[in-house]
Write a protein that binds this ligand. Structure first.
Ligand SMILES: Cc1cc2nc3c(=O)[nH]c(=O)nc-3n(C[C@H](O)[C@H](O)[C@H](O)COP(=O)(O)OP(=O)(O)OC[C@H]3O[C@@H](n4cnc5c(N)ncnc54)[C@H](O)[C@@H]3O)c2cc1C
Length: 376
């Protein structure tokens, strides 16, 4: 089979690896507009369950990924200077660049052709010359735009603002920190992903963003302002920018996941708010699901229909949990009156997927402490 893939992110690379591994005769080419070492963002997070899926799909890359890992089992919620730790949550972090390098090497070793610094404009020409065109071209997918009528995307740009920074302050666990100032409420999501660096994502509602005056601030002033807001948490370490910009979360859904020989994958197909887990995990699990559909049938239309049938319910459930989590963070201001313990419980149950009894099983000490302080 002749496969063209637009986008050399986690979705495109991992799908190429799995297809080439299953059938070395496939001719697979990835078109990526960036160079092999250009990337944005900091660390990406995987749950224990995702790691098991990656191991089952490709032991070689799994071994490389887990060599580089930082693992933890606690979520820390910081509110009014008090830190509440909830254990029993298995997660790991790795630098996005590191992950991409591992996947690039593995794809190249298997014989996938990687064309870097190659932006695709002529989507239709590329589609005509292959049996399968995979649109793994990210949240602002060109392919999705080109085939708007066939794919029928539904896009929802949220008003909340967030920005991805890094820092050399190490957060040993997934740390959710809430801070307030005269402008409003800020939340930070942070976790270390190597021995020196943590991801530090800051979000706030549109009123807070406006009152803080970010619209007219330079990158340096913004980092210094936010460094002040989170001064207690950053312990003097500055916020590190990697061309970091305030963005609004774009919720992506598509009525049709494929048409003819074109299929969407990863962020191009769907997004889930970062507060519930990284888009990287979903992108790689999409690649696994699509490759499995091609194991069941080599007919392209049948495989794409099979992928839609099997994967859509998983994504819908995930997007629904992520939506609950996103709404919680969008309304974080309304929860600031809670005590640290009450806030920690509310945060842990925000997606509607984790019950009070689940938490009791995961971390009985946390629930005992909660019951002790809330008992009348
Ligand atoms: C600013 C920002 C920072 C982020 N930081 C993090 C982070 O730190 N941790 C985390 O877990 N997640 C992060 N994410 C989310 C994460 O990047 C995605 O959820 C995940 O990478 C999805 O994988 P993907 O392969 O579907 O898409 P992507 O990783 O976005 O890959 C798509 C690729 O397609 C390429 N491309 C697009 N159009 C074309 C074209 N026409 N021709 C050729 N190439 C093209 C792009 O250059 C890109 O490399 C961030 C997202 C944004 C927007």
């Amino acid at each position: 089979m002749n496969i063209n893939i637009i986008g050399g992110g986690p979705a495109g690379l991992y799908f190429a690896i799995l297809m080439k591994k299953a059938q070395p005769a496939h001719r697979i080419q990835i078109f990526e507009r960036n160079g092999p070492d250009d990337t944005f963002g900091w660390g990406v997070v995987f749950s224990g369950k995702t790691l098991a899926n990656l191991r089952a799909a490709d032991e070689e890359s799994h071994a490389e990924i887990t060599k580089e890992f930082e693992a933890w089992d606690n979520v820390d919620v910081v509110h009014r200077d008090e830190k509440i730790s909830i254990h029993g949550n298995s997660f790991s972090g790795i630098a996005r660049l590191q992950l991409l390098k591992i996947l690039q090497r593995r794809a190249e070793a298997l014989g996938v052709k990687l064309s870097f610094r190659t932006e695709v404009y002529e989507v239709e020409a590329l589609r005509r010359e292959c049996d399968l065109l995979v649109a793994a071209d990210g949240v602002n997918s060109t392919v999705r735009l080109k085939y708007l009528e066939q794919l029928k995307p539904r896009l929802d740009l949220r008003s909340h603002r967030y920005i991805w920074y890094g820092t050399n302050q190490l957060f040993h666990g997934l740390t959710l920190t809430f801070r307030e100032n005269a402008a409003g409420t800020f939340a930070a999501h942070s976790y270390k992903f190597n021995q020196q660096t943590s991801t530090f994502i800051i979000e706030c509602d549109p009123q807070t963003w406006k009152s803080a005056g970010f619209e007219f601030m330079s990158d340096e002033d913004m980092r210094s302002y936010l460094g002040e807001v989170f001064a207690t948490d950053l312990h003097g370490y500055p916020l590190l920018s990697n061309n970091s910009k305030w963005i609004q979360f774009l919720l992506v859904k598509n009525e049709n996941w494929f048409f003819d020989n074109v299929v969407l994958l990863g962020d191009a197909l769907h997004t889930a708010h970062f507060s519930i887990g990284s888009g990287t995990k979903l992108a790689m699990e999409d690649a696994i699901a699509l490759a499995q559909s091609f194991q069941r049938t080599s007919n392209v239309r049948e495989a794409l229909a099979d992928f839609t049938t099997t994967r859509r319910p998983v994504i819908e459930e995930y997007q629904s949990a992520a939506f609950g989590s996103m709404l919680w963070f969008e309304n974080a201001r309304d929860y600031m009156h809670l005590t640290p313990m009450e806030l920690a419980l509310s945060v842990m149950m925000r997606s509607g997927r984790v019950t009070y009894e689940d938490l009791r099983k995961r971390d009985p000490e946390f629930i005992a402490a909660y019951e002790a302080v809330t008992a009348h």
